[in-house]
Design a protein around this ligand. Structure first.
Ligand SMILES: [Zn+2]
Length: 48
């Protein structure tokens, strides 16, 4: 399950993929700003 998103190319990758490279950066484009992807939480609002 992808937990990180690149701030530039938007590719998603996991913690394991991030650990394969020596520094925190996108494994696809090398961009150094990665964002934590939020888990998809579906909120249900009860309709009255
Ligand atoms: Zn990237």
């Amino acid at each position: 399950m992808p937990t990180y998103v690149c701030g530039r190319c938007g590719n998603k990758f996991t913690q394991e993929e991030l650990e394969l490279i020596p520094s925190i950066m996108c494994p696809y484009c090398g961009y150094r700003i990665v964002l934590k992807a939020r888990p998809q939480v579906v909120k249900r609002v009860k309709a009255i």
